[in-house]
Design a protein around this ligand. Sequence first.
Ligand code: UDP
Length: 476
Amino acid sequence: MKGPNNHEDLHFLLLPFMASGHMLPMSNIAILLARRGASVTLITTPLNAARLRPTLSPHQPLISLVALPFPPAPDSGLPDGCESFDALPSRDHEPAFFRATEALLAPTLHHLRARCHAPPSCVIADALLPWARKVAREFRAPRLVFHGYAFFATLCLHNLVAHGALARVGGGHERVVVPGMPHVVEITEEQLQVDARLEDLWEARETADGVIVNSFEELEHEYLDIYREATGKNVWVIGPVSLPNNPPNTIDRGREASPDELGCLDWLNQREPKSVIYVSFGSIGRLSPPQTAELARTLEASGYNFMWVIKGGGRLPEEFKEEPITESRMVVHGWAPQVAILSHRAVGGFITHCGWNSTLEGVSAGVPMVAWPLFAEQFFNEKLVVDVLRIGVRIGVERLSGWAGEGVGVVGVEAIERVLEEVMDGGKEGVLRRMRARELGEMARKAMDVGGSSYVNMTRLIDYVSENRSVKDDGA
Ligand code: UDP
């Protein structure tokens, strides 16, 4: 009989979308599969491959990282060297970026036909790469879709489309109740990015053989049960895939900066337990210049220690530029080792834009959060964290502001002071919030342990592929 980690006959093809929030969880999935003894080919472009190489190369030969050329700059309409969504100068470049990703279909097929050691037994593709369907079809392999959302957000979006309610959200400013949810969830047009891509995500999921979710059953079982019952679809919940020790070397997540270079962990080592607020808006998000200035002023005057990771310039006070590191503050420009930071004992609160990876990393670290949604499906994540899990407080923004925080009012000093106090102290409710956060963090870790729910789901996923691969090989 085959052992649980002996699957070298299985070959998973992973096709991640080129954005940090999509590549990182996919590379962690690659490692989790390799740890079960399966072989994995992860296809991406040269610059993305260079970022992932340090994390993935220790897992050679089971994982092969393949870099296929991205369409060159003048033809693609993208700036030179722009191979990642988070490197786009503005959202106006989005259509060109999506077109450029489509150009990867032909070289992917060519690589698999001519150069790959074995045909894929299974294709795991990001929902934003609809052409993956053609790859799976050619090799008659099951196609599983990964779209990197929380299942709560997935179900909300699924129900909005399935019940024909999406048009209502797109058509007015009033609150629309999301149909088919086990409790009231309301959303407004201003909180949901309704565009053609939502339909693509729906299509990719509905036509796939199954869905892979970076979450854990205990966190979202209510929503998973509803979806499974309504659609009969296979859903494998296999996260959190980026626990600090799982995989072990996620500290720099394949980026240039290491914690030692930045000194983040050294700085945290010298702070009291639970005394630091960690502030980050993900790989793309930023606040408007006036909002950056307001947050800086309030954090500085709050008396709490804080570490703020900033993308782009913003409008930081002169003293932050002159002296980014003091006793009470650390301002980091560039890429920080977020998973390691969040799980550091000095961190007591997390101001987040509610990107799902960051949110789940906050949950896994057992850290209460300030929810400050900016774009995409982040308002659903805010609702999950604040209203359902009750481990966060909302900053109170009412509408999406896009990557650059444009077009919304400035959250003022009083509102920011209130949430800082609630998350870092908050009296009795604060104690309960921290307790709930800690318990969820425990559950997250257990889910990934041998025998935990996500571990078992990964076994089921591998078994499914084993069985369905042979059905397809038999010509079914
Ligand atoms: N991240 C990081 N360091 C940074 C910024 C981001 O490690 O300085 C990681 C973060 O831990 C998360 C991912 O990048 O895993 C961002 O994904 P998320 O879904 O939170 O937000 P997005 O960047 O897609 O908006």
